[in-house]
Design a protein around this ligand. Sequence first.
Ligand code: NAD
Ligand code: ZN
Ligand code: ZN
Length: 378
Amino acid sequence: MRTTATVLREMGVPGPFAETRPLERVELELDPPGEGELLIRIRAAGLCHSDLSVITGQRPRVMPMALGHEAAGEVVETGPGVDGFAVGDHVVLAFVPACGECRFCLEERPALCEPGAEANGAGTLLGGGMRLHEDGGDIHHHLGVSALADHAVVSARSAVVVPDDLPFEIAALFGCAVLTGAGAVLNTGASALSREGASIAVFGLGGVGLAALLAAKSRRPDVLVAVDAVPEKLELARELGADVTVAAGPDAVDQVREATGGGVDLAVETVGNEVVLAETYAATGRGGTTVTAGLPHPSRKLEIPAISLVAEERTLKGSYLGSCVPSRDIPEFIRMYREGEMPVEKLLSHRLTPDQMNEGFDRLARGEAVRQIVMFDS
Ligand SMILES: NC(=O)c1ccc[n+]([C@@H]2O[C@H](COP(=O)([O-])OP(=O)(O)OC[C@H]3O[C@@H](n4cnc5c(N)ncnc54)[C@H](O)[C@@H]3O)[C@@H](O)[C@H]2O)c1
Ligand SMILES: [Zn+2]
Ligand SMILES: [Zn+2]
């Protein structure tokens, strides 16, 4: 069949993207779903900084690539050998397909799935195939999803069934922002929260950071601190429950440490900058834990005082996919949303039409958006 997807042909094209237009809406040939795959009609898809980082070249990927990895839609067709999905099911797509059989999948750490990482690195689906073609050439898949499109073929291992009555524009948020941000706190950071009333700080208040903030709030910390460079983000964080807000800058670390009696128990970094990660680490106190979800350029190195890891028993943990098991955690995070424990609808800052994506990525780069959801209503 034919589908219209959002293709990036070259990384590093300078902005503003509204003028240089690195993203093209292109009609492509889409193969039917192969073994273990699904054809999805995409209904809503978000603009995440990880897509922006492919456009800028901060996250180098193989070109040309069809972008988008945070989405919800409905199953239109199931390929051979698919279990657990039926035509008409509503699904959220997760950005690491989990093979279910490798060492990490068996240890309930599918974010580290080896075949999943290999496929994502190669820009293929989990089975190694590419289903999008243009004039005989292949277009690579972004993270097995490529969902800024009317339709997508994905591995069934990338999809999780969600309730039919959850609006698609909300459901999409669970695919990346909520999975990553809430998971960073509730999964990766869990051991730091075993004490009643622990203090928590979140550095970076985009879609991922504000989802982390909402999850942190659900744990009722004694003090919840939010740090960002954009004043409007600090205002929003206050509305969402931050007790203290701190403007990014040279004395941000001191301010966080002062507000929390010498440093937080758990600090979460969601900016994607190694200097901010060092600050996030510096904001933790004795015995504190730093969780990092941001994705700096692969060449960047982190500098922290090594002795503090030992002498102050501090911990530094990476969090990919929020250390989630999507089939377990997406339903749980949806439950928390529905029971009012995590008002994730507050992350939805803009609704876009498919022709507004270049402008949308400019807005994301300027820090003026939380989650912009592109609606595919046609
Ligand atoms: N680990 C994962 O699985 C995963 C998943 C999704 C996204 N990511 C990464 O997480 C990061 C955040 O993604 P997002 O979509 O929320 O991005 P975003 O652009 O929406 O948010 C980033 C925020 O950081 C703020 N910021 C910029 N400089 C700052 C500074 N010096 N101090 C404090 N805040 C600062 C910006 O104002 C913005 O609010 C990106 O690096 C993205 O690639 C990781
Ligand atoms: Zn993302
Ligand atoms: Zn696996």
